[in-house]
Design a protein around this ligand. Sequence first.
Ligand SMILES: [Zn+2]
Length: 49
Amino acid sequence: MQMYCVKCRAKRDANEVEEVTMKNGKKAMKGKCSVCGTGMYKIGAKPTM
Ligand SMILES: [Zn+2]
């Protein structure tokens, strides 16, 4: 899954993607940048699988 990495400042493929629910009840996708390992979040995204 592609997410925006704030460290690379580019879209990267995310590893270990999982769906998480935030405190406000909204769903988000969480993953790790495949290049630098920074945590990435994609808020409001639906799992596209
Ligand atoms: Zn990165």
